[in-house]
Write a protein that binds this ligand. Structure first.
Ligand code: SF4
Length: 179
């Protein structure tokens, strides 16, 4: 029989306790690519750099290993791919990154895994890759549906504002890919 009261917490050494309290339970991964740099945007985001995506994902993987080796991580409750516009990553690169995270971190089976997406850079193959890589939450971002308002908010741009039907299409892909 144990000589410990079941009502007392298991004693931990000070270092262990500190590690337990400070261990990360959430992982944010930044994808800084955008089609257009909006006039009001202060985020770390760049347009016209898409050619660097493969090198950037290589560097991210090295950085994630670096972080994992130097900082304590608990089982991850959330993973968030934000930007920038993460939906700009080609499906194979997004898939590779999502699988890398799962292979190198202890992601909880019920973790919330989010990817920020713009409907204009979302297609069926990307949605399928995200779902297969464990994404279970899309954060859809649009600046506006009105071309004049968009011109004021985002600055001169050749882009057309996203349409509501593009949003509906994205949702339909998500639904069809998960069934
Ligand atoms: S799309 Fe978003 S992250 Fe990219 S430049 Fe515009 S506001 Fe910034």
């Amino acid at each position: 029989m144990s000589d410990q009261s079941p009502f007392l917490p298991t004693p931990t050494l000070p270092g262990e306790r500190e590690r337990e309290l400070t261990a990360f339970r959430h992982l944010y991964v930044h994808i800084p690519f955008c089609k257009h740099k909006c006039g009001y945007c202060d985020f770390n985001a760049y347009a016209g750099m898409d050619r660097l995506m493969p090198d950037y994902v290589d560097a991210l993987e090295r950085e994630l290993i670096f972080a994992r080796e130097r900082h304590p991580f608990q089982q991850l409750e959330t993973v968030y791919l934000g930007g920038g516009t993460p939906s700009l990553l080609p499906a194979p690169l997004a898939s590779r990154l999502l699988h890398f995270i799962r292979a190198n971190f202890n992601v909880a089976p019920d973790a919330e895994v989010t990817l920020e997406a713009n409907p204009a850079s979302t297609d069926e193959s990307k949605v399928a890759a995200w779902l297969e890589g464990g994404v279970n939450r899309l954060s859809l971002g649009v600046q506006g549906f009105d071309r004049r308002a968009l011109a004021v908010l985002a600055g001169p741009t050749p882009r057309r504002p996203p349409t509501r039907s593009a949003l509906r299409e994205t949702w339909a892909w998500r639904t069809s890919a998960s069934t």
